[in-house]
Ligand binder design. Structure first.
Ligand code: NAD
Length: 503
């Protein structure tokens, strides 16, 4: 898995059951975003050739794995869930070190992988199909799920273990094999996850890990005819490239992409609860969640009070290294993410929004070696401003005023994305109207836009997704396809839709 020298630990790819270096011999560094002097390790900068080897291994392994009965496949996955649970604390610490979010949140990320693995392992004994009466005598009609083959799994860095588990575990329980390309910012958590699958007894070639850049490694997966499914989570821009590149070979492409999620606060809301929700929704993971509440639409009657209370609480959040138990918000993941946040703070000010809190990168004292930014709030944001329309993916929240529920819903829907929305109200009629009219894949009442559980479908509408869902049993639809089976035991030719006289 790794070789440690005085300089650094070198981590390898996992292909056909062996930990191997890239054919290129090139490496890339993984550093701690809270302290860029902390080198976590060096990882394989893989090439097209490495990807081809991994696909070939997965293709061969598929011929065996697809025939292993699903309940037997699931036994290995139950074992994997146990191992993740046993290693939870170490996995969370590695994750905080490589991507910055606080330990409570990385423990949550690992917990999500445990939950998903147990849930999907249960599907080894379900994967229900349909049996229906045939329109003809002495004929049996049913549908069964069948696997597709080699699945490419391409993931982002913000949920380094949860998101891979959402894809790899359902792929495996359905009988597929996998080539996994994680984000370059979080290869260690990916490697830890694959090591657990190896330790759980998943056979060689069934899961392969190839680290490296999106254009080289990711692209090689998209153009190979032997890859039949691509499951991608990341930005909308890259998702579009993934979709276009995979289209000529008619792969099944599952995309989970960006968000610009909204919390609506009505005049009858419990304001304390709404403030708590906006803090967690806006600044959890330093705002780097696809479901982050980056827009808050507030009714005119409570607007000023909300802005005052929310900004007071945001100002008091303790920013720091995520391993420190007193830290409430960690760094952003990289220099380039910090630059993006600073760019949008500048854009917001130029657009005329009112900066009520934060607005600066933290660069002095203990912050000097990391990528820290103050929790930042803009008030008096117009719905058309770029800070209200574009995904920033950092600790920046835009507050927009509304005068009615209808207006709030229109504002909520007038973005290109459609992942998650929420409403704070004590009025059940308003809650249900908003649930019906906000065009998103996920909706909350009296809770922020984050907090999905593994046993319901997860995904978004419009530029967030392409119609698929992950998690829940919906994930099985990504990683399997239906075969309809007719068994005629009449002993004679029976013609469907033609031999209709027989009552
Ligand atoms: P990204 O799009 O930059 O990268 C995602 C993955 O795609 C990485 O592994 C990257 O290496 C790879 N990639 C890059 N170029 C590629 C190419 N040409 N071909 C194939 N693969 C390529 O995203 P990111 O910065 O890692 O993550 C942040 C984004 O992910 C945000 O937009 C966020 O909203 C989104 N996200 C969405 C969800 C969701 O479920 N909807 C969940 C988490 C994150």
């Amino acid at each position: 898995m790794a070789i440690t020298t005085a300089k650094a630990t070198t981590y390898h790819n996992f292909i056909d059951g062996a930990w191997v270096p890239s054919v290129s011999g090139d490496l890339f560094e993984n550093r701690n975003p809270a302290d860029s002097g902390d080198l976590i390790g060096v990882f394989q900068k893989s090439t097209r050739r490495d990807v081809e080897r991994a696909i070939e291994a997965a293709r061969r392994a598929y011929e065996h794995w697809r025939l292993v009965p699903a309940p037997r496949r699931a036994e290995r996955l139950f074992r994997a869930a146990q191992l993740i649970a046993e290693r939870k604390e170490a996995l969370a610490r590695d994750m905080t070190r490589e991507m910055g979010k606080i330990l409570d949140e990385t423990r949550g990320d690992v917990q999500e992988a445990i939950d998903m693995t147990y849930f999907m392992a249960g599907e080894g004994r379900r994967q229900y199909g349909q049996t229906v009466p045939s329109e003809l005598r002495d004929k049996f009609a049913m549908s069964v799920r069948q696997p597709l083959g080699v699945c490419a799994v391409i993931t982002p860095w913000n949920f380094p273990m949860a998101i891979p588990s959402w894809k790899i575990i359902p792929a495996l329980v359905c009988g597929n094999t996998v080539v996994f390309k994680p984000a370059t910012l979080t290869p260690l958590s990916a490697l830890n996850f694959v090591k657990i699958l190896e330790d759980a007894g998943i056979p060689p070639g069934v899961v392969n890990l190839v680290t490296g850049g999106g254009e080289e490694v990711g692209n090689a997966l998209l153009v190979d005819d032997d890859v039949r499914v691509v499951s991608f989570t990341g930005s909308t821009g890259v998702g579009r490239t993934v979709s276009e590149t995979a289209a000529p070979s008619f792969k099944k492409v599952h995309l989970e992409m960006g968000g610009k999620n909204v919390i609506i606060i009505m005049d009858d809301a419990k304001l304390d609860l709404a403030v708590e929700g906006c803090l967690w929704g806006g600044f959890g993971t330093s705002g780097q969640r696809c479901t982050a509440a980056s827009r808050v639409v507030v009714h005119d009657a409570v607007y000023d009070t909300f802005v005052e209370q929310f900004s007071a609480r945001a100002r008091s959040l303790r920013v720091g290294d995520g391993v420190d138990p007193s830290t409430q918000m960690g760094p952003v993941v990289s220099r380039s993410q910090l630059d993006t946040v600073m760019k949008y703070v500048d854009i917001g000010q130029k657009e005329g929004a009112r900066l009520v809190c934060g607005g600066h990168a933290l660069t002095s004292g203990g912050y000097g070696k990391g990528f820290f930014h103050e929790p930042t709030i803009f008030a008096d944001v117009a719905p058309t401003m770029r800070i209200a329309q574009e995904e920033i993916f950092g600790p920046v929240v835009s507050i927009i005023r509304c005068r009615s529920l209808d207006e709030a819903v229109t504002i909520g829907n007038t973005v290109q994305y459609g992942l998650s929305a929420s409403i704070y109200t004590q009025d059940i009629n308003r809650a249900f109207s908003a649930m019906r009219d906000l065009y998103t894949g996920i909706f909350y009442v009296n809770a922020p836009t984050i907090g999905a559980e593994v046993h319901l479908p997860f995904g978004g509408t419009k530029a967030t997704g392409n119609g698929h869902r992950e998690a829940g049993t919906a994930a099985l639809d990504v990683f399997s396809e239906w075969k309809s089976v007719y068994v005629d035991f009449s002993g004679r030719l029976q013609r469907a839709q033609i031999d209709t006289a027989d009552l």
